[in-house]
Design a protein around this ligand. Sequence first.
Ligand code: NOJ
Length: 437
Amino acid sequence: MSNIDHLIWGVTTAAAQTEGGFNADGRGLSIWDTFTNKPKSIKDKSNNQVATNFYERYREDIDLSVKIGLKIFRFSISWSRVLPNGSGVINEKGIAFYNKVIDYCIEVGIEPWITTYHWDLPQKLQDKGGWKNRDIITDYENYIKVLKLYFVDRVKNWILINEAIVCIGAGYFLGIHAPGKRGIKSFSASIHHILLAQARGYRVLKGKKDIKIGTAISCTKIESHSKRKKDLRAASRIDALMNRLCIEPYIGLGYPENELPLVKRIKRFVQQGDMEEMKVDFDFWGIQTYAREVVKSAWYIPYLGSIPVKPSKRKAPVSIMGWETYPDGIQYFLERFSIYDSEKPLWLTECGMALSEKEDDAKRIEYYTHIIEGMKKVSDQEINLKGILLWTLVDNFEWAEGYIPKFGIIGMDKITLNRKMKKTAFWLKDYLSNRSG
Ligand code: NOJ
């Protein structure tokens, strides 16, 4: 087997899941502050007002990352911390916080990576329709200009939108994430606007030569329940929605309308010149994958015509998220993305496993070991894999699931919020320090 010691290891975190400090130092509210107040929105009735208190404990988390041997610390910016109204007046204290995070990373020798949008839209922008309103494209563009102005001198790697399909699918179609909107119209408008906004953001940042700009794409392996034509068609529909919709327009392939009829609905929001504007050549693609889904045709499900076959019915290993645990997806998607472009730098910008409070952390080690094997298998092929960022450092606020799933390689005491390295963190530390690279 091949050597993958050159791969760079890091970690991914997100503002809404970790920062807390929801009203500290002039921060404006985000859609998650509003959403968590709605009854029954979060499984354990929790919210993210304090979360892991990264706002005050960022040094400790960055130190722990360094101690483990990680080289990249990816965090996201809370839009309403820097622009409390979403646009207009800049909150200098918000900027100061991110300056501290960036400077501290540099001081202790770990590279800061920024995600500009990890699902926490300023509530003030949601009040105007959020991603559904085309004006948001300009708001996002202006927000990126602010981030560029303050941070581009020290941050060399940027991820614009994190998992557009999950953000808009869960938040504007199913209504299970903030802002809790539902329906095809809301989805179709919002997905087009967020994807176009991302292209705009790219153009704003691109002016600077020495920086790398990427996108983080949610990837779920989709398989058909049977070889019947209608199941196969259902699988290719869902695959187009989940795995192609948010990448192919940038490559110039447009939306996958042959396989996915709902593209017709999206096209109602496409204006002249949009598809041309969407063609941007990201410096890297970030792949994020956790699960596999098996689907079968279901004529009664509007727009998608398909339902998933639950992992428990297929005797597949399932995590506390209810997802099939599927580390092989990494190899699958690395191979698949390199068919688009074998030279494009690829990063695994998220991968991880949720365990319950009681489960043995050894399972997570097994999971990451499997991922390492998968990366080795592809390393002989023409795949330009650069590195891997784990999801995630400290157990945190897992959106609508609250604090129940534990994705961290570091645990956190519920009351004191003190951090404690789990078995996986020690294992990883050993693995990284024994490499030859
Ligand atoms: C992807 C998302 O980016 C992250 O926010 C989330 O916590 C993980 N998946 C696990 O669900």
